[in-house]
Design a protein around this ligand. Sequence first.
Ligand code: MG
Length: 161
Amino acid sequence: MTQEFRIGHGFDAHRFRRGRKLILGGLTIPHSKGLVGHSDADVLLHALINALLGALGEGDIGQHFPDTDPVYKGISSLKLLDGALRLMRRSGYKLVNADVTLIAQEPKLAPYYSSMRQKVARHIKVPAQRVNIKAATTEKLGWIGKGRGMAAAAVVLLCRK
Ligand code: MG
C-alpha cells in the first residue's frame, strides 16, 4: 500500500503584557509577563495547530476557532489542539513528527524544552521524540528583541496509509 504524506507550516505571534500568565505548550512558564490573546494565547500551540491545519488543507486557526466567538474566550489552547487533532484523525492521518521553534528574547526557554515536549507529545499521544521544541532569540533586534512579544513557527509531517 502506498503511503501518503502531507507537510504543514504554521506561524503565530502574540504581544506580552504584565499580569498575564505565560502559557507555552500547555505549561505555565514563570515570567514577569504573559501573552495577550482571546484564548490563553499559547503561541506554541497556535503555530502547531496552524501547521496541522496547513497539512490537512484546512485553512488556519482563525477560521476554525474565531477570536470573535465567546466560546473560545480564555480557553486552553490544548482544547483547540484537540479540535485540529480530531480533523487529522477523521481524514485518516497520523503525526509523523513536529518541529517547533519559539522566537523570544526572554524568558530563557531551554530549561522547559523537555517538559513542553513531553506535555505536547502526551496530548497528541505520540512518543516525545516526535515533538521537537526549541527556541531562538532575535539578538535583541526588533519587537521580539525588545521583549514586547514572542512568536513561534512550526512544521509537521503527517502520514496516511
Ligand atoms: Mg495566536
